[in-house]
Design a protein around this ligand. Structure first.
Ligand code: EPU
Length: 475
């Protein structure tokens, strides 16, 4: 089914200039969900997960689990039952591992349960070199033998024994894998220089709700007392702070007025602080914790440097740079997490942005407005930035390669349309055989689709079949 997606060529077509107005409900956090799903392996039991976002990275994580023999039942759009009691061994298929970064979490989870794991090196957004040496170092510290051959990481251990793990650099993925591998190790593990992102805390809370004994998540020292057994649980994933931040910037860029529901304002603080600094009005409603964002016609540029939580998140850098490209004065944006996270800048330049990049620093000279153009999304957050640019620009923007966006944003265009944006998704199905076109949509069997395509073509179809993992096959 994952292959089926690429058989359909999809684009977002955005007519810019409409201020976003209204309410938007933020979905569950991608980066928490893709850690919690493999963590369920450690339960050897049924877990019910709520507030799970409907995005393709989550589908891939569920497909990997299912390929190992887990039973997965979708109880509603965002509620899933995962039964990992019958998983026999730990081998992750290559095609699935290659498509996401989160596949690396199967290493920690499988090692924790079976004392062995075989997982192809992970894929995910192309943001430059993304090694997993710190993950491996932590597995070895716990007593595992690691062997990387033909692109596959093989781990095996007789016993996993609690120890002290010091990360040479702050790593979200490394910290997650450490928690997964040591929750059931013998004795105490102390993880130092741990990442502090909200999704690290969420994973620790999930593991604790299964009976783990983890203290200090959210600080840079996490202590884990290994337990011999974990059990099933019912757990609700935290809201996605990056999705929330993306909508906040989109509202600011279009001079809109929107209210975000289902958010944790504390998680948004690094984003809120920068938005307020440039002149965006952000209000946290006391009784509801809803966040209201009101845009202005002009903002003052500012400097930004990405850093691990609670610093400004790298996953918001492209969106924020886009807003700075339309703000007064010159702003400097420094990317300190990834080597190549400025690929979208070339696309923004097509839309009239004045940005120069030298290695990890972008100098952004604000322009009065952007103009619509055909552009390509090179990765997930680059795609989000181009949507924001398109919403704010004069004229029409066509964004290609939107499968990157759908890895991490649930129903982006539907949510934006509900806020008044003029955005549609167009399908270009003639490049594939219609009978076999399988793609990911969230509605039911018998749903009728009626899409106007370019050059006067019309796509009319009825959804006929729902496969096990939420894919629908249209004929
Ligand atoms: N690093 C190493 N060695 C390692 C691990 C990381 O050198 O063993 C380096 C990386 O190359 C990078 C830095 O350490 O320079 C930080 O990487 P980290 O491990 O924190 O990132 P990640 O786990 O690969 C996760 C998110 C990313 C997000 C980063 C930073 C998931 C699945 N991915 O990646 O999310 O940008 O943390 O917050 O959780 C996204 O959602 O768009 C996305 C890319």
């Amino acid at each position: 089914a994952a292959d089926g997606k690429s058989m359909l060529f999809e684009k977002f077509i955005i007519k810019g200039g409409t201020p976003l107005r209204g309410e938007v409900r933020i979905s569950g956090a991608k980066n928490a969900a893709v850690a919690i799903i493999p963590a369920a392996i450690l339960a050897e039991d049924k877990c019910i997960l709520e507030n799970v976002p409907s995005i393709s990275d989550v589908d891939v994580a569920l497909e990997i689990l299912s390929s190992m023999g887990a039973q997965i039942r979708r109880l509603s759009k965002s509620k899933i039952e995962v039964d990992t009691s019958r998983i026999k061994d730990g081998t992750v298929p290559y095609e699935l591992a290659r498509s996401t970064r989160g596949s690396s979490y199967f290493l920690g989870a499988l090692l924790g349960r079976f004392k062995k794991a075989s997982v192809p090196l992970p894929g995910g957004c192309d943001l430059g070199s993304r090694p997993i040496d710190q993950h491996i170092k932590c597995f070895e510290a716990l007593g595992a033998k690691a062997d990387i051959k033909h692109g596959i990481v093989d781990l095996s251990a007789d016993r996993l024994i609690g120890t002290q793990i010091y990360f040479d650099k702050v790593t979200v993925g490394g910290t997650i894998n450490a928690l997964l591998a040591c929750a059931k190790a013998e004795g105490l593990t102390i993880i130092e220089n741990a990442a502090k992102e909200p999704h690290i805390v969420d994973l620790a809370n999930f593991l604790n709700s299964m009976g783990a004994d983890i203290m200090g998540a959210g600080t840079d020292v996490i202590k884990v007392k290994g337990v011999s057994q974990l059990h099933g649980t019912e757990y609700s994933v935290i809201p996605d702070q990056i999705e929330a931040g993306t909508f906040m910037v989109a509202a600011a860029a279009t001079c809109g007025d929107i209210t975000l529901k289902n958010v944790i304002p504390k998680h948004l603080e690094p984003i809120t602080a920068k938005l307020r600094k440039i002149g965006v009005y952000v209000e946290i409603e006391d009784d509801t914790d809803n966040v209201r964002v009101v845009g202005r016609p002009h903002y003052e540029g500012t400097d930004i440097k990405t850093s691990p939580h609670p610093g400004f998140p790298t996953d918001m850098q492209p969106q924020m740079t886009t807003l700075l490209a339309m703000s007064n004065g010159t702003s400097m944006v420094t990317e300190s997490i990834f080597d190549t996270r400025f690929k979208y800048v070339d696309e923004l330049r097509r839309m009239g942005a004045d940005i120069t990049v030298d290695s990890r620093v972008a100098v952004v000279r604000g322009v009065d407005h952007l103009t619509g153009a055909p552009v390509k999304a090179s990765d997930l957050r680059a795609g989000a930035a181009l949507i924001i640019a398109g919403l704010a620009a004069q004229g029409t923007t066509e964004i290609e390669d939107i499968h990157h966006i759908e890895r991490g944003y649930e129903n982006m265009e539907i949510k934006l349309r509900a806020l008044g944006a003029d955005i549609v998704k167009r399908y270009y199905p003639w490049i594939c055989s219609m009978e076999k076109a399988a793609f990911r949509i969230h509605d039911d069997v018998n749903q009728k689709y009626d899409h106007v395509l370019p050059y006067g073509f019309h796509l009319k179809m009825t959804v006929s079949y729902v496969s096990r993992y939420g894919y629908l096959v249209a004929e």
